[in-house]
Design a protein around this ligand. Structure first.
Ligand code: ADP
Ligand code: MG
Length: 581
């Protein structure tokens, strides 16, 4: 263990360690090698020492993006992603990402330096004074503060366990400035660290719960499996695929579950979504919540008469969180446990001669699907001028098909909705997007972590508005020379570029940006490759070259400014849409 020592250190000093090194040693002891953050008081030296100790320290331009990077690293690897920030304002910038990670069940630890407790607690006005622990608490799974060097090992162990065990989520770890400079005997320091044994213990479902679920599934006439991002996170890909294939039940992937099975799988019902949801009689949820993204399990989407009416489906739900059950509608067969163990238990009960769902159901789903796929193929084959979302995404679809290992990051409104439905995914945990909140601003943070954690090329499909939230990180992407190809679907504004100021005043409408913005020049400023693409052919060439060269690239894809719809697919959530009804 390397203590901070002057070359002339005496033998007794040589046996000392300090808070800085205990933090880094505790992380390394637990297999954590990457830190996403932003240096400043009091953690600047911690970032330097992390690098000196052989960790990968990725420095960002804004903490929110570092936090998003840490969160998605957690989703991709199952280990907590680490975000490191300075006190008060830096901490607050990271907090949005921490809250988002908790909402999405991504394991991450936000570590922030903080000011002197004695001064903060008396409100005496310290440099960047803030009671960070109290503020973080309601926005994460757990929050801890370490005051003494000998407690660093316990603090990091508790943070890791809290982040990854049970339902994963965000954890806050408060490290006051004074802690880093505390010294202690090196051997005692090493002995105080904890290598966490079995941080995310398996949770085996009860046999009677498994039997109840199988009985319900067996009797179904129109069964459906719904895979959520919890299923992707669980890394139980082979068993989930076996569950679908052995039962022959059509399945729908939620957006970040796309690719657990290839989207081209014959049992994928994605192209028949609006048919299968109201028609299904028994739905097996695997790591998916019946939240707004699934219309709360009721209403017209599910065949109900009005938005509150239950469609009559029976639900089986696999989830690690027992209190998720009945959160929106009755869950007839809760299966509580980790997805790997639950799916394995179901498979054991299913055996090898389960039989197929009724042919009428399978044929009806296939019919609907084939019709919709044919309709989409027609739309994609069109070549309008200027490009629209479809003709541009037709190119992205081909490129992803040819590069199935590439990571795909996606945010925006229309850029999100169209990409989700048009671009097929072929492998698990490749699609990273706005998640449960539908939050804008994850783009460049996710892209950086996707490249760092996977070593694969990254394609980021961004709305022009969405890109703006994290756009300065193109410098970060260039600085670390990451193989990221950003495609901006540029339609001159939020949703569309056509809104007018109704007063005729000089200001443009609130949703409109500078016309024909040259976003590609942003990346050129930092040595990356900029491409201005007005046709599918130019877009294709730009993407192909980016993937081949692995050079940071930003493609400004010029989309018809009339092409988008208000809020994409969630227009109905705008309060004015309710007034119009
Ligand atoms: P989606 O938005 O894709 O539907 P959600 O984030 O709503 O996905 O749901 C994910 C669910 O998966 C959460 O309820 C979470 O508790 C659950 N989950 C996450 N990891 C596991 C796991 N390893 N085992 C079981 N359930 C899990
Ligand atoms: Mg736009």
């Amino acid at each position: 263990m390397a203590a901070v020592l002057s070359p002339a250190a005496t033998p007794s000093e040589a046996k000392m360690t300090d808070g800085f090194h205990l933090v880094l040693d505790a992380l390394k002891l637990n297999g954590i090698t990457n830190i996403y953050g932003l240096p400043g008081i009091p953690i600047t030296d911690l970032t330097r020492m992390a690098q000196a100790e052989g960790m990968r320290m990725i420095s960002f331009r804004h903490e929110q993006n570092a936090g998003n990077a840490a969160a998605i690293a957690g989703f991709m690897t199952g280990k907590p992603g680490i975000c490191l920030t300075v006190s008060a304002p830096g901490f607050l910038n990271g907090l949005t990402a921490l809250a988002n990670a908790t909402t999405n069940c991504f394991p991450m630890i936000l570590i922030s330096g903080s000011s002197e407790r004695e001064i903060v607690d008396l409100s005496q006005g310290d440099y960047e004074e803030m009671d960070q622990l109290a503020i973080a608490k309601p926005l994460c799974k757990a929050a801890f503060r370490v005051l003494h060097a000998e407690d660093i090992g316990v603090g990091i162990a508790r943070a890791i366990r809290s982040a990854v065990s049970g339902r994963p989520g965000g954890v806050y770890l408060d490290l006051p400035a004074k802690l880093f400079a505390q010294t202690m005997d090196a051997a005692a320091g090493a002995a105080s660290l904890i290598q966490v044994v079995d941080p995310a213990p398996r949770q085996i479902p009860a046999p009677d719960a498994v039997k109840r679920a199988l009985d319900l599934l067996k009797g179904a006439k129109k069964p459906l499996i719904l895979l959520g991002k919890g299923a992707a996170y669980a890394q139980a890909d082979a068993d989930i695929r076996a569950l679908v294939e052995k039962t022959g039940i059509p399945y729908l992937p939620m957006s970040m579950a796309k690719g657990i099975l290839p989207d081209t799988h014959e049992l994928s019902a994605s192209a028949a979504r609006s048919y299968v949801l109201p028609e299904a009689d028994v739905v097996l949820l695997v790591g998916a919540r019946l939240n707004w993204l699934l219309s709360h399990g009721k209403g017209k989407t599910w065949g109900g008469k009005d938005h509150k009416d239950w469609g009559g489906q029976k639900f089986i739900q696999i989830d690690i969180s027992p209190t998720e059950m009945d959160s929106n509608v009755r869950i007839d067969a809760p299966v509580v446990g980790d997805i790997g163990s639950c799916v394995a238990a179901l498979l054991a009960g299913i055996g090898n001669n389960w039989g197929r769902p009724p042919a009428e159901w399978l044929n009806a789903v296939a019919d609907k699907k084939n019709k919709n796929v044919a309709k989409m193929a027609e739309t994609l084959a069109k070549d309008p001028k200027p490009m629209n979302f479809h003709s541009a995404l037709n190119v992205v679809r081909d490129i992803v098909k040819a590069n199935p290992d590439a990571m795909l990051v996606n945010e925006g409104a229309n850029a999100l909705d169209f990409t989700r439905s048009i671009v097929d995914m072929y492998k698990p945990r490749k699609r990273l997007d706005v998640g449960t909140w539908g939050v804008m601003g994850i783009g460049m943070g996710f892209a950086v972590a996707a490249a760092v954690e996977s070593g694969q090329p990254v394609i980021a499909i961004e709305g022009d508005s969405a890109f703006g939230f994290s756009g300065m990180e193109v410098e970060t992407i260039c600085r670390y020379n990451l193989p990221v190809c950003i495609v901006i679907m540029n339609n001159n504004g939020v949703y569309r570029g056509t809104d007018k100021n109704p007063t005729g005043g000089a200001d443009v409408a609130p949703t409109v940006f500078v016309k024909d913005s040259r976003y590609e020049k942003l990346i050129e400023a930092f040595g990356g490759t900029g491409v201005y693409a007005t046709t599918p052919a130019e877009l294709r060439k730009g993407m192909e070259e980016a993937l081949k060269s692995r050079k940071p690239t930003l493609i400004n894809a010029i989309i018809d400014e009339t092409a988008g719809t208000e809020s994409g697919r969630i227009t109905s959530l705008n309060p004015a849409a309710v007034l119009k009804k």
